[in-house]
Design a protein around this ligand. Sequence first.
Ligand SMILES: NC(=O)c1ccc[n+]([C@@H]2O[C@H](COP(=O)([O-])OP(=O)(O)OC[C@H]3O[C@@H](n4cnc5c(N)ncnc54)[C@H](O)[C@@H]3O)[C@@H](O)[C@H]2O)c1
Length: 95
Amino acid sequence: MGIGRATAARFLREGARVVATDIDENRLAALGREKAGGILLTVAGDICREEVVRRIVEACAGHVDALANVAGIMNGFLPAAESMTIPETGCWPST
Ligand SMILES: NC(=O)c1ccc[n+]([C@@H]2O[C@H](COP(=O)([O-])OP(=O)(O)OC[C@H]3O[C@@H](n4cnc5c(N)ncnc54)[C@H](O)[C@@H]3O)[C@@H](O)[C@H]2O)c1
């Protein structure tokens, strides 16, 4: 189980309202099967895309107590500076 899924599952067991994001819809569905007690909202999509981030912010409805920023973006284990260039926008692309 990944860090984000384990974190979300723990908060859900504690009764929290959780907004979970993953590029893989099957992984979000798996989280939904273990939501026991809490409220789960899911946003499927690539966290590197601004439109997806906007949907996440909307789902949070103006209230965030904790953030787990743990998407598994590794690019073959290369150090960040070697695996990508930083565009003028200041946002790193995923590839
Ligand atoms: N597991 C560890 O011991 C450990 C230790 C140190 C650092 N990390 C880092 O933490 C991060 C998460 O690790 P993990 O073990 O939970 O990985 P994981 O592969 O179990 O989970 C990562 C999740 O991120 C999702 N994802 C990938 N790209 C995405 C994107 N662009 N947008 C949205 N979701 C995306 C994947 O679908 C997957 O469900 C990785 O970057 C890893 O290098 C992990």
